[in-house]
Design a protein. Structure first.
Length: 75
């Protein structure tokens, strides 16, 4: 089992296609594919040849990558 693979979610509604996950992240499908190849990014589910992302995992990934805004330099 690949380290980024997860078990199937309880509800089919929770599964997103690559395109849906990419839109939710505001990135390209190609970016998600490249991340999978490098072993980084969101966890995913592999169903046969299909790749799916759990909505909760995509949202958690976005949340985990939040950074505070830089403070303005005082003059």
């Amino acid at each position: 089992m690949h380290p980024n693979q997860t078990v199937a979610p309880r509800s089919e509604e929770d599964l997103l296609t690559e395109g849906e996950a990419a839109r939710l992240r505001r990135q390209s499908v190609r970016t998600l594919q490249a991340e999978r190849l490098r072993g980084v990014g969101c966890t995913y589910v592999k169903l046969g040849r299909s790749v799916r992302y759990r909505r909760a995992d995509v949202l958690a990934y976005i949340e985990a990558n939040l950074h505070p805004a830089a403070k303005a330099v005082s003059e």
